[in-house]
Every structure is written in structure tokens, then in C-alpha cells.
Write a protein that binds this ligand. Structure first.
Ligand code: TRP
Length: 381
């Protein structure tokens, strides 16, 4: 972590397959952020538990999400990519922040209302206090900026309020985070009901492109995409289906919507849909190849996870320790990371942030060998 750089924090829940919407709207835009920021990306598996999960499928998805992050181009060497549940400080600070969050605030959360309606048989306390845990995620790392979609803005606001409340009692403990709105990211809509956001839980399988869909599937879904009867490729709200396809094509090819409209002037919807399908499929092909390689390379993946979990824990525990002190919890002897100051220096291998523990040494050795494989994969891109 560099002192001069600001810190960015974001994450996704560990459920289901990622969609083209998750990719174009978030993941793809995270890839280069590390050049200008310290970046942490979590796999929010504790948040996923607010909805009942099938244990085996959950475990598998959480693991493949890590591989997808990396395959999409998020480097686990340049970013800290880790599991929320592997850093106990999240749950611990989450509890403490529960005690600084008012029920009145939580009652106003639209996501809670939506999810309660959707899971009426399981309106659990976790669903309710979800935003306090999310605040803990962000505040533990003293994040300056949080890239979030519109649906998470309210949670970020709450996080700021809770952090300010805490700071006003105890002094400057938390950095107050702002939303990060970089270059406008694509909002990808359903291919079947283009007024609705593309969602991994959509029952209509043709509505959603999964990052793991093969070429034929991708093209078939685009061919069936709902459009209109205007027979005119124009970028306007009155043609939401075509507008969505233009947005997708423009995000993948990095052309502006105007350029896309020009490119397809006078062409039919059939040709355009085919072109969008082809463009998306060829964007996804190398990603899928890397994804499969990473999942196959179990040792490499395990090693990355372990090293990154540790890096996250070091940072998180620093904040947690401070919070414990401030609120007056009695001194705690054991925080697994960072190592206590009085531990002999030579047991702490030099690292950029000077805070590694012995375990990483052994870890790095295995990693070097396997890093080569992944670097080669990257080149193939
Ligand atoms: N609630 C977020 C979502 O569903 C996921 C999330 C959890 C998150 N903790 C976070 C996002 C912290 C950004 C920062 O999309």
C-alpha cells in the first residue's frame, strides 16, 4: 500500500455466476484502477449468507468468483483480492457498528424492503443489518473511494453517516468514503425486458449473458434479444432494446454510442445483433480461457488467496485494534495480524508495506513457479 495513493474498496457477493452486466458495469472498470489507487476487492461471502445458500454450490461459486476476478484482468499482485469471511475483523467491526447504527436508518433501506418482499419466509436479522457489515468492509481499510452502482448508493450514504457519528464521539478513527464515479460505466439491461437491469437471478435464461457462456450461447441470446419495430439503429430512450445493445457494443469495443450508430447506419437489426454477439463472445473467450486455467491450477489459486487474505487482515486489524482502544474494550493479547511490535524483527520478511508475517515466505516460493504460468496466460490475451 502506498501512502500517497488513495484507497479504493469494492466487492461483489459470492452468489451465482457473474453476468455481462457485472463485468461491463463493474469488474472491467476495476482492472486499471491499481495504477492510481491502492485497491482492495472483496468477495463478500458473509453478505451472501443473508439469503439461504446451498453449501456446496456456494463454496464452488465463491471459489470461481475469485478466478473470474483474476481472469477478468484484476491482478492479485497489484490489488488485494480476498474473501470477507477470511478476515474476521469484518464480522467483528460489523458488530460494533451495529451498535452505532439506528433502526430508523436501517428501516429506510430500500434494498432491505425489496429483499424482505422477495424472501418473505426468511427476513433475518442479517438482512436487516447488512448495511452495517458493508460499512465495516469499507471502513476497516480506511477507503477513500467506493465504486458502487446506483443500488448501493444508499448503503454508502449510511456508511458515511455511521463513520461520522463514530468519529464525532471518538475522534478521527475512520476515513469518510466517497462514491467513486470514474468514467461512466455501462448499465447493462435485460436482453428480454430492456427496461430491467440484467440480473443473474432472472428466470428467463435468454435475458442474461453469463461470463461463462460459450460463443454459440452468447450469439443465440443476442439474436433473440428484444428490440422494436422501428427498424432504425438509433441511440434513444424510446428504443430501449437497441439502446442497450449499443451500450454493450460500445463498452466492449470502447467506441462511443455515436460511433456505433454511425458504424451501423443503414444496417438491419439482424446484422447488428450478430455483430454485438460476436464482439461480446470474442471479449469473453480469452477471459474464459484464463478462468479455466486458473481453476485448474489449484496450488496457484490457493496461494494467491492466502497471500491476499493476509494482506487484507493486516490492514483490517490495524483499524480494528484502534476501534477497540477507542471504545474501551480491554486489551486483547491476540490479533493474528499484524504481528505484535515486540516480535523479533528478523522474523518479519521485508515487504513493501513492511508488515508481512513468516507464512508469506514459504508462500512466495510456491507462488513464483506458478506465477509464470499465469503470466504466460496473460500474454496470450
Ligand atoms: N452490497 C454490495 C452489492 O451487493 C456488495 C458489497 C458488500 C460491497 N460490501 C461492500 C460493495 C463494500 C462495495 C463495498 O453489490
Amino acid at each position: 500500500m502506498s501512502e500517497e495513493k488513495k484507497t479504493i474498496y469494492s466487492g461483489m457477493q459470492a452468489t451465482g455466476n457473474l453476468t455481462l452486466g457485472n463485468y461491463l458495469g463493474a469488474l472491467k472498470n476495476w482492472v486499471n484502477l491499481h495504477q492510481d489507487y491502492n485497491c482492495l476487492f472483496g468477495i463478500m461471502d458473509l453478505h451472501s449468507l443473508t439469503v439461504r445458500q446451498d453449501p456446496a454450490a456456494f463454496k464452488k461459486h465463491a471459489r470461481s468468483l475469485y478466478a473470474l476476478y483474476v481472469a477478468a484482468g484484476l491482478s492479485p499482485e497489484e490489488n488485494i483480492i480476498y474473501y470477507q469471511s477470511h478476515v474476521p475483523a469484518h464480522a467483528e467491526l460489523g458488530w460494533i457498528l451495529d451498535c452505532f447504527t439506528y433502526m430508523g436508518e436501517l428501516n429506510r433501506m430500500t434494498q432491505f424492503k425489496d429483499k424482505s418482499a422477495k424472501h418473505a419466509d426468511n427476513i433475518n436479522a442479517g438482512l436487516y443489518t447488512y448495511p452495517a457489515l458493508m460499512a465495516a468492509d469499507i471502513l476497516l481499510y480506511q477507503a477513500d473511494l467506493v465504486p458502487v452502482g446506483a443500488d448501493q448508493k444508499q448503503h454508502l450514504e449510511l456508511c458515511r453517516d455511521v463513520a461520522q457519528r463514530f468519529n464525532s464521539i471518538y475522534g478521527d478513527v475512520f476515513t469518510i468514503p466517497d462514491g467513486y464515479f470514474g468514467k461512466t460505466s455501462a448499465k447493462v439491461m435485460s436482453l428480454q425486458e430492456p427496461e430491467k437491469k440484467m440480473s443473474k437471478s432472472d428466470e428467463n435464461l435468454n435475458a442474461t449473458i453469463l461470463l461463462t457462456d460459450d460463443k454459440d450461447t452468447v450469439i443465440r441470446k443476442f439474436k433473440r434479444a428484444v428490440t422494436d419495430s422501428e427498424a432504425n439503429i438509433a441511440y434513444r430512450d424510446e428504443q430501449p432494446g437497441i439502446k442497450n445493445l449499443i451500450n454493450i457494443y460500445s463498452a466492449v469495443t470502447e467506441k462511443t454510442p455515436e460511433e456505433v450508430v454511425k458504424e451501423f447506419e443503414g444496417k438491419g437489426y439482424g446484422d447488428f445483433k450478430m455483430a454485438v454477439g460476436e464482439a461480446v463472445a470474442s471479449e469473453l473467450a480469452p477471459l474464459q480461457e484464463r478462468y479455466n486455467d486458473i481453476l485448474k491450477n489449484k496450488d496457484y489459486l490457493d496461494q494467491m488467496i492466502r497471500t491476499n487474505d493476509e494482506k487484507a487482515a493486516i490492514l483490517a486489524n490495524k483499524t480494528l485494534r484502534k476501534v477497540h482502544k477507542k471504545v474501551g474494550l480491554t486489551d486483547r493479547v491476540y490479533y493474528p495480524f499484524p504481528p505484535k511490535k515486540e516480535e523479533p524483527k528478523e522474523e518479519v520478511p521485508a515487504a513493501d508495506d513492511g508488515a508481512y508475517v513468516q507464512m508469506s515466505l514459504t508462500a512466495t516460493k510456491i507462488k513464483d513457479k506458478d506465477t509464470i504460468t499465469v503470466k504466460e496466460n496473460k500474454k496470450r490475451k
